[in-house]
Design a protein around this ligand. Structure first.
Ligand code: HEM
Ligand code: HEM
Length: 345
């Protein structure tokens, strides 16, 4: 019977061999990943119009959404820094340090849900969070609406962006406009996207080796799709719990959303788009070198110690995920009026 096992194994290996020989690296990749589109996706719940996107751009940059009138979305999701803030964890109202690293807003429209723990179902729901969070913008919906209504240009622009609404300046519309703008924050044209679209020479040999390792070792089982991530929730530490220096014990992740024991230390797998320029890494922001993050993933998620050559190739592959950064013009914002609430320290 052992002969049969060997034979069966040999047959399996042969079949596998021919299958992968028939399927080129590029075809394997194209079945798991998709390029970032040039154009924003159409959202059924929030159809994009130029008026809405433009209003959303203004709101994204307007620090008057914050109580201090100093902090905007741009503070922590800087459009000149790949939509992130280069901080271990973000600094918000009154110089308070929040508990988590700011994920990039770039390509975030493709994530299945928002935040590290997925507690917001989409970008519009998400946008209401930071405005009210005490450690971020520390404002109230009422005060934000009062602020926006105090400036005639905003009243007019909300009217044009939400023409069917009787009282268009409201907290919900603010969130919808910001979501519309965020849907345009895309980074197409990465070398990896050119490769997926048929340009064999878009990746270096090392990057191709890294791509193969990324798929063969199972990284792609959690980092797949257009964003190479953002599609599901997994324990950080499937096989081996990372040390407290990387995964602090006081942040149980999705457990706080679902109250389910199996969700302890469960987080959304983040997008790996532009990951080479959005350090530091992980929800804790404790790891600054991409290759270290790759190596930690190997041991924590796969129980596999990548050697330094393997980790270096995967890291080089991840560098091919840096796309064309959108050039966002800073909007000229309407001047405050006598009715505009004053900043609160
Ligand atoms: C998370 C957008 C303001 C820090 C997020 C996410 C988005 C976003 C889309 C989720 C991304 C993802 O899960 O992949 C915005 C918008 C803002 C804003 C539209 C303005 C209304 C801020 C500010 C700060 C900040 C002012 C810093 C003080 C963070 C942090 C997270 C986050 C730390 C992760 C929090 C968690 O997962 O629990 N933001 N953000 N954001 N943002 Fe913002
Ligand atoms: C985070 C790469 C395998 C789930 C990350 C990050 C990188 C990465 C670079 C940090 C991204 C950032 O902070 O912006 C890889 C590589 C893998 C791999 C190269 C293969 C060696 C996996 C697997 C899973 C997974 C198999 C699921 C079982 C996650 C999760 C996070 C993450 C949940 C967020 C952890 C946290 O900060 O709490 N991955 N990954 N990854 N990955 Fe992976």
């Amino acid at each position: 019977s052992s002969g049969l096992v060997v034979l069966t194994l040999a047959a399996a290996v042969l079949a596998g061999g021919t299958a992968s020989a028939q399927k080129s690296l590029q075809e394997q990749a194209a079945s798991l990943f998709k390029p970032i589109p040039e154009e924003p996706p159409q959202m059924e719940s929030n159809p994009l119009t130029p008026e809405k996107v433009e209003l959303g751009r203004m709101l994204y940059f307007d620090p008057r959404l914050s109580a201090s009138q100093l902090i905007s979305c741009q503070t922590c999701h800087n459009v000149g820094l790949a939509g992130a803030d280069l901080q271990e964890t973000s600094i918000g109202h009154g110089w308070q340090r929040g508990p988590r690293n700011a994920p990039t807003t770039y390509n975030s429209v493709f994530n299945v849900a928002q935040f590290w723990d997925g507690r917001a179902k989409d970008l519009a729901e998400q946008a209401k969070g930071p405005v009210q969070a005490a450690v971020e913008m520390n404002n109230t919906p009422e005060r934000v609406v009062e602020t926006l209504k105090s400036m005639p240009e905003y009243v007019e622009r909300f009217g044009r962006a939400f023409p069917d609404q009787e009282d268009p300046v409201n907290f919900e519309s603010m969130a919808m406009a910001i979501e519309a703008f965020e849907a345009t924050l895309l980074t197409p044209g990465a070398p990896f996207d050119e490769y997926l679209q048929g340009d064999e020479s878009a990746l270096t040999e090392t990057q191709k080796e890294g791509l193969q390792l990324f798929m063969d070792n199972g990284c792609a089982s959690c980092h797949y799709g257009v964003n190479l991530g953002g599609m599901g929730y997994y324990p950080f530490g499937v096989v081996e719990a990372p040390g407290e220096d990387v995964r602090p014990a006081d942040d149980p992740g999705r457990f706080e959303v679902t109250n389910t024991a199996s969700d302890k230390y469960v987080f959304k797998s983040p997008t790996l788009r532009n990951v080479a320029i959005t350090q530091p890494f992980f929800h804790s922001g404790k790891v600054w070198k991409l290759q270290d993050a790759v190596q930690i993933m190997g041991s924590s998620q796969l129980g596999y110690e990548l050697d330094s050559t393997e980790a270096a190739s995967i890291t080089e592959f991840l560098e091919s995920l840096t796309g064309n950064q959108p050039e966002i013009v800073h909007p000229v914002l309407p001047p405050s009026t006598e009715e505009t609430p004053r900043p609160i320290a």
